[in-house]
Design a protein around this ligand. Structure first.
Ligand code: 5RP
Length: 224
């Protein structure tokens, strides 16, 4: 098990109270947290209910013997623990490297407290070192692609393999775009959300409440 991921996941585990409804993130760091959570639940008999942010995470949680229910079976999630691809000093970030951004955002925006578990390589002063994923329905996706291309965002379809486009858990495509030259990310994301055929994007603004950095064992709260 990667030691930095383990440290971040262990810090997150300390923040989970008994009887909590816990959002389980997706990706390799969130998976380490899920493994630790399952071990603690079995060892201590804690009463934890989970909701998952992807089919893969749901399978992992169930395989490890966690109680995983549908997001619509709970009123609200108490704490969600998820990874991130990039995060800035205001705890805004980019997610969706594992193509789970849509369910991740649904769970996060219905969570009272969102914790991200990362290592310091994910911390950046300005967002845009990684591509921003945009989830689009398949029908007419080339027109969204062309729009993004015309606006200089260097789009590329996320591929599952050499010849096939990746399909998300909702059977959509992902188009990754380059936002490194974009000054006003708020304006960009408003435009993206207004484009017919776009389902969601991977920019998570004002969502993460607490950032846990494994290798430095630091915790940061969202400013303000
Ligand atoms: C999946 C995500 C992941 O949380 C993100 O890609 C980070 O993954 P990892 O912990 O493996 O670096 O957003 O859609």
């Amino acid at each position: 098990m990667d030691n930095d991921k383990f440290k971040a996941a262990r810090m997150a585990l300390e923040r989970i109270p008994d009887h909590a409804i816990v959002g389980l993130g997706s990706g390799s760091t969130a998976s380490v947290f899920i493994e630790l959570l399952a071990k603690k639940v079995h060892k201590t008999g804690m009463e934890i209910t989970c909701v998952a942010t992807s089919h893969q995470t749901q399978n992992l949680g169930l395989t490890l013997g966690l109680r995983v229910v549908d997001i619509d079976d709970v009123d609200q999630v108490d704490i969600t623990v998820d990874g991130a691809d990039e995060v800035d000093g205001n705890l805004n970030g980019i997610k969706g490297g594992g193509a789970a951004l849509l369910f991740e955002k649904v769970v996060a925006t219905n969570s009272k407290h969102n914790i991200w578990v990362v290592d310091s390589s994910k911390q950046h002063r300005k967002l845009g070192a990684v591509k921003l994923p945009v989830e689009v329905i398949r029908f007419g996706s080339q027109h969204v692609y062309n729009y993004l291309d015309r606006h200089g965002l260097k789009p590329s379809y996320r591929m599952a393999n050499f010849s096939q486009r990746l399909l998300t858990d909702s059977n959509n495509f992902i188009i990754d775009i380059d936002i490194s030259k974009v000054e006003d990310l708020g304006e960009l994301t408003r435009r993206l959300k207004g484009l017919t055929g776009v389902v969601e994007h991977g920019l998570f603004m004002n969502i993460c409440d607490e950032l846990l950095v494994g290798n430095t064992e630091e915790a940061f709260q969202r400013p303000g």
